[in-house]
Design a protein around this ligand. Sequence first.
Ligand code: DX5
Ligand code: ZN
Length: 211
Amino acid sequence: MIKVAPSILAADMLHLYDEIQKVVSAGCDLLHVDVMDGHFVPNLSYGPDMVRGIHAAFPELKLDVHLMMDHPEEYIQRFAQGAWNITVHEEIEADLSELLDRIHECGVHTGISLKPATPVSRVVPLLSQADMILIMTVEPGFGGQSFQREMLGKLRELRRIGYQGLLEADGGLTLNNLPDLKQAGLDVAVMGTAIYRSEHPADDIRRIHSL
Ligand code: DX5
Ligand code: ZN
C-alpha cells in the first residue's frame, strides 16, 4: 500500500494547525516537512522549531523531514527533536556515511535524496545505511512543478539492484502518475499540491491506498 505524505509546503502557512489537522483527518500516513536553507535550493522555508512544534501538537504524526540544506550536519540533533525520519541530499559535501550514522544514533530513520540529475550509482555505497531513498521527480525548491517521468527509471533500478528499503518520490505526484510509480516500486508518495488543492482529500487518500 502506498503511504501518503502530504507536504506542508503547499499548505496555508497562516492556518498551519488546521491544515495539518485536515490531512490527518483525511487519513495521511506521514507529514512531509520540506526544509530549505536558501543555499542548496533558492528558497527558504522553516527550521527545527517548526518540526518540534508540529510534533508537540501532533505527537502521533510521523514527521518525514526533508533537509534541502548545504550543511544539515549542523542541525541533526535539533531536527531529531520531533522528526520520525530525516532525509539529506546525496549532493552535499558532508561525509554522508557519518551523517547517516549520527541520525540513527538520535533514534531517527534515515533517508537519502537524489536530485533529478544525480544518478542512482552515487547512492549505491550508502544503501545499507538508508532506511529510505527519496527520488526527486522535480528540481527541489518549489512545489507545483511538473512530474519528470524519466525518474521512474531510478525506482526500477533501485529495486533491480535489490534495495529493500522504502522508496519515496517527491514532486508533481498526482493520482494520474501514481499507478506507474507504484509499478516501479514506490512506497511513499510526497504530495503537496495534489492533496492541498483537492476538494476531497480523504477520498483521494483512500484511492491511493487502494492502488
Ligand atoms: C520541492 C518540494 C516539492 C513538494 C511537493 O523541493 O519538495 O516537491 O514537496 O510538491 P508538489 O506540490 O509538486 O506535490
Ligand atoms: Zn520534499
